[in-house]
Design a protein around this ligand. Structure first.
Ligand code: PMP
Length: 459
């Protein structure tokens, strides 16, 4: 229990002063926020003393789990030694240099350079500036257009939200900004009906080619995508999708940008999602897992094709952030990546808990509410449907995902709802026994949701 204030006192102060991200302020102030007070390994505790299994790794970021002393020690030591210095004005700090070096080692071989930011959104803003600068330097300034996808999530800044394909976000603030266009997402339950998985993967990839031809290949700068869409509902594309996207980008000479903010740092069972999907991106955005969320840090890995032009052509790249290469954040990232290596976390996901989670998720397909259940590494999604055989959804007004999420909260499980998809991305340190515990909670919440559906006559 909280020793400082009561939950009600926390909630009153929160409602009085704190505007939360992606929140209906009025609704929250009526209800009161849940206040999380401490955490250890894969568990959280709120101010009511409830223990909660965090199957979302905070917000897809706490890859090494909570309470890792090595990260705390790295931050403490760096805070004492040099809490801040910038990387403008031809200066650098040892942790930023060392992290750049280590990132070049753990990322695919085409990456030797990094541009640091404070978050994933800022990383994607950097991508927009950098790809346009690249084509400018090559004497093709008309190559401005970046192609993205519906229901993509690339952040919440003006450029990040524009790259994203969330219509609700575009509706607020006059987005997207010019020069960003979208194609359909590779979500077979929405737009691949009647096609096999592999056929649909090729069809969805070729929407990119159609868009390139519509815009004019000489005007297209880049294509950006998450290897697996995270916030969009853990949409795992067919195996045929990404290789075909790569082929199309190569054919038209378009830069391929992999947004690895969620998929990076082991989430899919390889260090980066592009390695799982078989692409060779020119740029790669990262954040979250680079520090396991212990402190904010993001950035863009810059492949040799782009780095060579930026470096050899010279001239100032007029872009950067106060916290580009923040020494404390970089020190924590160094400790985090070293710990991931020590614990062999990527192998743990690839060879042990990833396949185990997949086998356990497969058993959920027997549940009367579940039309599909799939995973990749330690990301998973359960599709709830009114009629599992035909995939007929529940009416949107029932908000079936939110009903299920409500049960999760009450039962001590954090699982997120995206429409009718229930999604998880637990810390990579999770064990088989903890997966069993999580699966027990998931089944219980599905059963409680089924009971509601029966009682409400929704089936
Ligand atoms: N890209 C992707 C794929 C993301 O999932 C997110 C955040 N969920 C972002 C970018 C934005 O990162 P941030 O919230 O750190 O700005």
């Amino acid at each position: 229990m909280s020793t400082q204030r009561t939950t009600r006192e926390w909630q009153a102060a929160d409602a009085a002063h704190f505007l939360h991200p992606f929140t209906d302020f009025q609704a929250l102030s009526r209800k009161g926020a849940r206040v999380i007070e401490r955490a250890e390994n894969i568990y959280l505790w709120d101010t009511e003393g409830h223990k909660i299994l965090d199957a979302m790794s905070g917000l897809w970021c706490v890859n090494v789990g909570y309470g890792q002393q090595a990260l705390v020690d790295a931050a403490t030591a760096q805070l004492k030694q040099l809490p801040f210095y910038n990387a403008f004005f031809q200066t650098a700090t040892p942790p930023a240099i060392e992290l750049a070096e280590l990132l070049a080692e753990v990322t695919p071989p085409q990456f030797k350079h990094v541009f640091f930011s404070g978050s994933g959104s800022e990383g994607n803003d950097t991508v927009v500036r950098m790809v346009r600068r690249y084509w400018d330097l090559l004497g093709q300034p008309e190559r401005q257009v970046i192609i993205s996808r519906d229901n993509a999530y690339h952040g919440s800044t003006m450029a990040g939200a524009s790259l994203g394909g969330m219509s609700g976000m575009h509706a607020q603030g006059g987005l997207p900004i010019p020069g960003i266009v979208h194609i359909g997402q590779p979500y077979r339950h929405e737009n691949g009906k009647g096609l096999s998985r592999d056929e649909f993967g090729l069809v969805a990839a070729r929407w990119l080619e159609e868009k390139i031809l519509e815009v004019g290949p000489e005007r297209v700068a880049a294509f950006i995508g998450e290897p697996i869409q995270g916030a969009g509902g853990v949409i795992i594309p067919p195996a045929t999708y990404w290789p075909e996207v790569q082929r199309i980008c190569d054919q038209y000479g378009i830069l391929l940008v992999s947004d690895e903010v969620i998929c990076g740092f082991g989430r899919t069972g390889r260090w980066f999602g592009c390695e799982t999907m078989g692409t060779k991106p020119d740029l790669m955005t990262f954040a979250k897992g680079v520090t396991s969320g212990y402190i904010p840090l993001g950035g863009v890995m810059v492949g040799e094709r782009v780095a060579k032009v930026l470096i050899e052509k010279g001239g100032e790249f007029a872009h950067g952030y106060t916290y580009s290469g923040h020494p404390v954040a970089c020190a924590v990232a160094l400790a985090n990546i070293k710990l991931m290596r020590e614990l062999k976390l990527v192998e743990h996901v690839r060879d042990d808990v990833g396949p185990y989670l997949a086998s356990q998720f497969a058993t959920l397909r027997d549940h009367p509410l579940v039309a599909d259940a799939e995973t990749c590494g330690l990301m998973g999604a359960i599709l709830l449907a009114k009629d599992k055989a035909t995939g007929t959804p529940f009416p949107e007004s029932l908000e079936i995902g939110m009903v299920c999420r409500g049960h999760c909260f009450r039962e001590g499980l954090i699982m997120r709802a995206v429409g009718d998809r229930m999604i998880i991305a637990p810390p990579l340190v999770i064990t088989r026994a903890q997966i069993d515990e999580m699966m027990g909670l998931i089944r219980r919440c599905l059963d409680l949701t089924l009971a509601d559906a029966k009682a409400g006559g929704w089936l």
